[in-house]
Ligand binder design. Structure first.
Ligand SMILES: [Zn+2]
Length: 129
């Protein structure tokens, strides 16, 4: 039984999410390189680096099909019209970010989340997520 490399992830968290999804579909998968990815995170994303997920050869095509049909949550939906056609809206955002970073450094709240501005291409609604 041979293992087939399936995909690469920046964090073990992402790899374990996919492993759980595959397990829910009855596919056993294997995570490797987890410690190296944690110790050398600057190498993640390079060829062969990062947390690697593999499956048994006979499950490879089914696992790949499941991965391709995974919903992506990288782009938000417009809260007004529900459109997926979004572009980052950088109008004034650099100044806002610089002010926010300065205020954050001064106040010591280093881990506050910066909301990113987006603009909907369908209804022109601007919003932050
Ligand atoms: Zn919209």
């Amino acid at each position: 039984m041979s293992r087939v490399y399936l995909s690469n992830y920046n964090t073990s968290y992402e790899a374990h999410l996919v492993k759980g999804m595959l397990k829910n579909h009855g596919i056993e998968s294997f995570i490797s390189n987890e410690n190296n990815a944690l110790l050398f995170p600057h190498l993640n994303g390079m060829s062969g680096a990062g947390v690697q997920l593999s499956v048994n050869g006979e499950d490879a095509s089914r696992a790949l099909a499941l991965l391709e049909n995974q919903p992506t949550d990288t782009m938000p939906l417009c809260p007004l019209c529900g459109s997926e056609r979004m572009v980052p809206d950088f109008k004034n955002s650099k100044i806002q970010k610089m002010l926010f970073v300065a205020a954050t450094l001064l106040s010591g709240l280093m881990f506050a989340k910066i909301k990113k501005p987006y603009r909907c291409l369908d209804c022109q609604n601007s919003f932050k997520i």
